[in-house]
Design a protein. Structure first.
Length: 126
């Protein structure tokens, strides 16, 4: 199968040796997104809520560039430096997703790139 790289200016550009997403057939593998503002490439650090919203907005932009939407995410992985924010993630996620919700994992980690408190990646089905 052929791999197609997905790229959009509406999400942060890759800060390493990876693509924003890669499509193989009708499956899109979304790279991790942190709360980088796509225009300035600076971290959103106003609040945890703002960070989470920026991450969802970045994921949505990549999904749209691939021809899909957040509704097509089959698997979502959430990485948090403090699992105490899990409730807030759930609250905000309910604004971005509706049932049926994607399968999901929430993982506590020691640190994330650029001092981020949350990172998300996923698998999108078109």
């Amino acid at each position: 199968m052929t791999r197609h790289v997905i790229r959009t200016e509406n999400a942060p550009q890759a800060i390493g040796t990876y693509s924003q997403a890669v499509r193989v057939g009708n499956t899109v593998y979304l790279s991790g997104q942190i709360a980088l503002d796509p225009a300035s490439m600076e971290m959103i650090q106003d609040s945890m809520e703002a960070e989470i919203r920026r991450v969802f907005d970045n994921l949505a932009a990549v999904c749209e560039a691939a021809g899909g939407s957040l509704a097509g995410i089959a698997k979502l992985n959430i990485y948090l430096t403090d699992l105490g924010h899990f409730g807030l993630v759930n609250q905000i996620m309910a604004e971005y997703f509706s049932e049926p919700y994607p399968a999901r994992a929430a993982i506590g980690v020691a640190s994330l790139p650029r001092g981020a408190q949350v990172e998300m990646d996923g698998i999108l089905c078109l």
